[in-house]
Design a protein around this ligand. Sequence first.
Ligand code: TRP
Length: 328
Amino acid sequence: METVVSGIRPTGNLHLGNYFGAVKSFLKMQYEYNCFFFIADWHSLTTHPHPDNIRKSVKTILAEYLACGLDPEKTTIYIQSDVREVPELYLYLNMNAYLGELERVTSFKDKVRTQPNNVNAGLLTYPSLMAADIIIHKAVKVPVGKDQEQNMEMARKFARRFNQIYGVEYFPEPASFHLSEKAVKVPGLDGSGKMGKSEGNAIYLIDDEKTIKKKVMKAVTDSGPTEPNSEKPEAVANLFAMMEIVSEPSTYEYFNEKYNTCEIRYGDMKKQLAVDINAFCAPIREKILDIMANDAYLEKVAAQGAEKASVSAAKTLREVREIIGFRP
Ligand code: TRP
């Protein structure tokens, strides 16, 4: 079975865009690949978060992954900082990583511009830590968004370079597995574009019924079509796209028909959409709350994941140390 690695930075709650964009693919992948899903808490240290925030955000993402249906019995779910072999491999990769190429990474250059007072070495070497995350399990596929492509190119380069320097064919080159081409795009409801945390238009899996309703009722529309069967402007198309994702086909058809005959009342449509989004989110939300309240269970899952990931990582490190010329 091919090995897949996927990392997520612990930066807040999962929203519907995350669910339909990545998490839903993970649910399938966990049965088809040897998957390692980890929470990248070392990466998050580049911004010096408070220990309470680290604890809280790691716990949140773990609980949300589990509530969505990632199955710790079928797959490996772990916290990056539990696997001490990762920083050892990061050290080796850094010895073969050049300042010039690290400085040329676009996301690093952006950080230099946006946070000139915190251009730390962790930011500079972010690509080598990410490469270590991936090749420590000798992964061949990594599900990532387009924004990670440059980091993926670096990971391939570092894997290749290690092999070249030591004259081995040890690390496979990890391929990017672009979810965005296959996954459903969840629109934002604020007029244009997709749903995202940074866009400020996200409906979170943890949002309660009232919050969902408030967000949906605020969705941007227009004054309604005046010609039958007219093309939908983007904001309205987004409302329909969301309905297509969460509602019954007959509900979608009903409102589409109303739109085409110029009888649409967006208020009614939004009310229905809020009900359907809530119906979709409610069981996941309840599971998140249950799991968040069960520290013993979370601890058990984290320990089990750490154990499985460490076995895989330790094997790689034994072999890498031997290749480099250290005692295994
Ligand atoms: N850089 C990724 C992001 O920002 C997170 C990440 C860290 C990652 N290590 C990884 C993703 C390894 C895939 C594989 O989204």
